[in-house]
Structures are given as C-alpha cells and as structure tokens.
Design a protein around this ligand. Structure first.
Ligand code: PRP
Ligand code: ZN
Length: 301
C-alpha cells in the first residue's frame, strides 16, 4: 500500500444484484472514472481519491462497522437487520444512514402459500416463518403481540413452505415474480426498503472528510436532476403569476426583458417534476410562446 492510500475513500457496493447497476451509475454520474477488470473486487478511482469495493450486500454494513470502508451503498433492509442484530448484542452500530437514494425499491413482506387463510397478524400465531431477516421479523411480531417461530435461513426462503421447513415466509419482494413462481401470496408489508448511503460515524482524516462532503453534494445533485426539466418561454408580463402556478415544482423563475418589448418577458425555470403536454398547452393558452423544455444534466444547489 502506498503512503497516500489512507487518504483515499473507500465505498462498498453490491457485487451483483438488484443494486449493482444503479450504484455504479450513481458513482459515474458523480464524475467517478474507474476501470473494472472481470471479477475484480476493488476498483481504483482514476480521477477521485475514491475506490470501490464490490462485495455481497449483506457484508456492506460490517465493512463500514469494521472501518474497512468509509461509505456503503446498500438496501435499507440490510442496514436495519444489521442494526437490530448489533443492538441485540449490545454493540453500537458504527454505520449511519446519510441519504435515502432513488433506486433499489422493494419491500420485506409476509407471504403465505395458496390455501393459507390470512386474516391479519393474528393468523401468524404459532406458525413457523422462514426468513433471512430474523431481527426485523421479530420486531414486527413483537409489535403485533404475536408469538410465532422464526426459522432463520441463509437463502432460498421461497421454497421453505414446499419443503415443509416453514408454514409461510417473510422475504423481499420487488416485482413479485419470485412469489408468483412459488405459489406464494403477499399478505402484509413488514418494511418498505430502498437503497441508502451509509457512512462511518467515526472521525476520518480531513482530506477524506472533504471528499465525502463533495461526494454527498454531487449525489444530491444527481438525485435532484432526475426528472427535472429546464423550461424557457416568452410570455406577457401580466401572465407571470399564472405561469408560476402552472410550472410544476419550480422555485422563483428567472424573468428577463426582451429587447424592444415592454409587455413581454422571457421566463426561465427549473421544474422538479414531469412537465406534461397539458401544462404546455395551458401555458400557451395564457399567452406563452416559444416554449422550450430541456433536460437538466447536472445541478449543484
Ligand atoms: C430477493 C428475494 C427474492 C427476490 C424477489 O432476493 O429473496 O428472491 O429478491 O424479487 P422479485 O419480487 O422481483 O422476484 P435478492 O435478489 O435481494 O437476493 P439476496 O437476498 O441474496 O441479496
Ligand atoms: Zn443479499
């Protein structure tokens, strides 16, 4: 390891799974350039002091806990399960949630086999529930005052009922196709999940902290431009209040004079929501012309 190595930030992301592509996409949008060889477990950031570690998602909180990585991109489901486990053992979790991110949405749900009559949490009493999330499930059962047996598995939860290892399951659902393929029906949501950025609460070297702050600002910028549009139009000055109301999720628009025109102005605004054709038609109806809607590539608040 070179002398400069401790000054480099390390971020852990999922090696292969639902979060991998979106995590890499996010880092690329933040400006990170790296080359990844086949099966390579660590990539060196070429233009930022940021290296990427590719690991199993379940290991990401532990890597931050043990100070191997400073940051991690991982599902809230994994973070919550780890946090509860550490808590149960009286260990303070050394990873904190910094940002929810706009990808990796799924839910941890209770699912029952065809023919199982579910009439609310009480129907779980005395049953065997297979899961890879025993701590989150235990908390859920306790909240509902239900006593059931938790069968902790390391994978292939969806086939546990058919194998006779459990009566029902508690597992992640995204598209629902795994449940459907295994004749299971989702009956209750235990946790809504999405990708989150976690980081160590332990003080790090100032150079690393500065880069973390820069990265966070860039991540915010990337999240903000998703769906954002830049709108430019000409309109009668008198129509400005009505236009401001029509532009979805825009903050104070920029109003510019038009050469040789006292009655009309140019309006520029960033809209944080989808701009529909209907909105453009309404803008035209109140006198707007030359309406342009442009994608926003980067934003720094
Ligand atoms: C989850 C879950 C199911 C699948 C559900 O596993 O255990 O197998 O996703 O997704 P679907 O509703 O779209 O079919 P995941 O891919 O997270 O794997 P992991 O638990 O091993 O990380
Ligand atoms: Zn996993």
């Amino acid at each position: 390891m070179s002398a400069a190595a401790p000054m480099r930030l390390r971020i852990a992301i999922q090696k292969s799974g639902r979060l991998t592509d979106s995590s890499l996409d996010l880092l690329a949008r933040c400006g990170l350039k790296y080359t990844r060889g086949k099966d390579q477990l660590m990539c060196y950031g070429e233009n930022m002091p940021l290296d990427v570690l590719f690991v199993r998602d379940d290991d990401i909180p532990d890597l931050v806990q043990e100070d191997v990585c400073d940051l991690g991109l991982v599902g809230l489901n994994v973070v919550e399960e780890k946090r509860l486990r550490f808590e149960a053992r009286g260990i303070a979790p050394l990873f904190e949630r910094v940002r929810p991110l706009d990808f990796g949405r799924c839910r941890l749900s209770i699912a029952v086999p065809d023919g199982f009559e579910y009439r609310g949490p009480g129907s779980l009493a005395g049953k065997r529930i297979a899961t890879t999330y025993p701590s989150i499930l235990a908390r859920h059962l306790a909240e509902h005052g239900v006593a059931a047996t938790i069968v902790e598995l390391s994978g292939a939860v969806e086939i546990a009922p058919r194998l006779g290892r459990a009566d029902l399951i508690c597992d992640l659902v995204s598209t629902g196709s795994t449940l459907a393929a295994n004749h299971l029906r989702e009956v209750a949501t235990v946790l809504e999940s999405q990708a989150v950025l976690i980081r160590t609460p332990v003080p790090i070297a100032p150079a690393k902290r500065d880069w973390t702050e820069r990265l966070l600002l860039r991540i915010d910028g990337v999240e903000q431009v998703k769906g954002s549009k830049y709108i430019m139009l000409h309109a009668p000055r008198a129509a400005l209040p009505a236009i401001a109301k029509l532009l979805p999720g825009s903050e104070a628009p920029t109003v510019l004079p038009l050469d040789g025109r006292d009655d009309r102005v140019a309006v520029h605004a960033v809209c944080r929501e989808t701009v529909f054709w209907e909105t453009l038609e309404q803008l035209k109806a109140i006198g707007a012309s030359s309406v342009l809607v442009l994608p926003v590539e980067k934003m720094l608040a």
